[in-house]
Unconditional design. Sequence first.
Length: 137
Amino acid sequence: MLEDLPHDHRRPMRRADREMTPKEALELLRRTPNAVMATADGEGRPYGVPVTVAFVEGGWDAEPYSLFYASVIVDGRARMVTDPEEKTAALFALADVCGRERPHEHKRAYIESMADAVEVWAIEPERISGKRRAPKA
């Protein structure tokens, strides 16, 4: 379960004063529908894909070149979802985020019409970390 993930201390955080606890990072992850999945090929070249952004902008700070933000990084292994029931459940979860105002039957019809044309990938999380820069109270 995500609540039991260890904090990711493999890379020291440059601004440790902005570090979130794993519980805080998980709460932010649960509140935002946006993420970027980043991978690297066999030669180490990175590739990032927006999957709905791990960067939540909260506004600009008066300090030059800075803004308020909160971000979460989940580290884990990706796997293609091939089981039809698991794939359908994942597509419904996405439809609930992206089209929450749509009725269930509309979502079902849409998912059935495009399920064979899309790939669904699941991340098996292994670690979690997060940080933020919030306005001073």
